[in-house]
Design a protein around this ligand. Structure first.
Ligand code: CA
Length: 363
């Protein structure tokens, strides 16, 4: 009996890892270092698409890093106002931000190329330029001046030209209109006789309702329906000449970035690029049903901007875009040249691929 007892005890010890068996509990490993970051955004908290993308990205990063990089996401105004995201990340008040480069045009005019310029690249074309056409390297060189590291972090696809409280039949009808329209699109709008105002998304509805502005562009049916813009304007115009495929940005303070181990850096890069693709897929799927709801259930008047209005806007857009290359900053010149050269090439090929196919497919 005693021998049997000893034998059983030995078996129990071995099976508990008490013998020479390799330790599996990890009790000798150093405790994992957890990085706690804050990400501020230019979007209202949890706004469909724009606001949910950074939340999803933070969840993915937490999951992929097994909790080692824990990012808390803040909506516009929770830590800093929407239009102060760039400064807050640049100065290290927070580690990370999600927004759009053209919001910073007052400080960095050429940054607009990394979101959208009027009659510029579509989402698919932007991704080509940024990820395989030299665009992202130039973007990083530019943002390095502000101690920032950018990664593409979303795209809405072609937007709508916007909401108007009257019909637009000619350029005359644009005269004197006060419109919320950011970036270079706003400058073009001013050049054709309007007044452009740069408001963050969260202030658009009230500004329309109280008559501070007469017109606004925001995104497209999916987001515009969520904001209830059909309640404050009747006419909904297309196409979104001002933003054919705006890239949203993830920006990271470079000191915080340098502190991250390489595997966490790779996780952040991958999660951002996943958000870049996923957002476009979300808008592509949701815009259709949202447009039907706006037209069928809310009696929205859907209109195309007259061709001569679009032609006039295009001429001004060309001049305004070229003005971005003015000055003696050689990096600005390289960004302009890279974008224009790529644009010419991709338009030539897309004539016989994307456009030719969509025309051939018809409805
Ligand atoms: Ca827009």
């Amino acid at each position: 009996m005693r021998n049997l007892g000893l034998l059983l005890m030995t078996l129990v010890l071995v099976s508990c890892g008490g013998g020479e068996a390799p330790a599996v509990s990890g009790e000798t490993a150093a405790p994992k270092k957890v990085y706690k970051w804050r990400m501020v955004t230019t979007w209202p908290k949890n706004l469909p698409g724009l606001g949910t993308a950074p939340e999803r990205m933070a969840d993915e990063i937490r999951r992929m890093s097994d909790g080692r990089l824990d990012i808390r996401v803040y909506g516009a105004g929770e830590v800093v106002p929407a239009l102060e995201v760039f400064e807050a990340v640049s100065q290290g008040t927070v580690q990370m931000g999600h927004g759009a480069a053209y919001y910073w045009k007052g400080k960095v005019p050429v940054a607009q190329f990394f979101t959208a310029v009027p009659f510029g690249l579509t989402a698919q074309e932007m991704n080509g330029w940024l990820l395989h056409g030299g665009g992202l390297e130039l973007w990083r060189e530019l943002y390095d001046r502000y101690n920032l590291y950018p990664i593409p972090g979303g795209n809405t696809g072609v937007q709508m030209a916007g909401w108007f409280n009257k019909e637009i039949n000619s350029l005359e009808d644009m005269q004197g209109l006060k419109m919320r329209i950011p970036g270079l699109g706003g400058e073009v709008f001013e050049a054709i006789g309007g007044t452009a105002i740069n408001l963050p998304g969260g202030e658009i509805f009230t500004s329309m309702q109280t008559g501070v502005i007469d017109a606004t562009e925001w995104v497209g049916p999916y987001n515009d329906l969520a904001f209830g813009l059909h309640q404050v304007a009747k006419y909904y115009y297309y196409p979104g000449w001002q933003e054919a495929g705006p890239t949203l940005e993830v920006i990271i303070n470079k000191d915080a970035w340098a502190e991250l181990p390489e595997d966490l850096q790779a996780i952040v890069e991958s999660a951002s690029l996943a958000a870049n693709t996923d957002m476009l897929a979300e808008y592509t799927a949701r815009n259709n049903t949202a447009l039907r709801e706006l037209v069928d259930n809310h009696d929205v008047e859907l209109r195309k901007l007259p061709d001569d209005v679009l032609e006039a806007i295009k001429e001004v857009a060309k001049e305004k875009t070229a003005e971005l290359a003015a000055g003696d900053d050689e990096l600005v010149q390289r960004i302009f040249d890279s974008y224009q050269q790529y644009r010419e090439g991709v338009i030539e090929y897309h004539e016989i691929s994307e456009r030719a196919y969509i025309n051939a497919r018809g409805s």
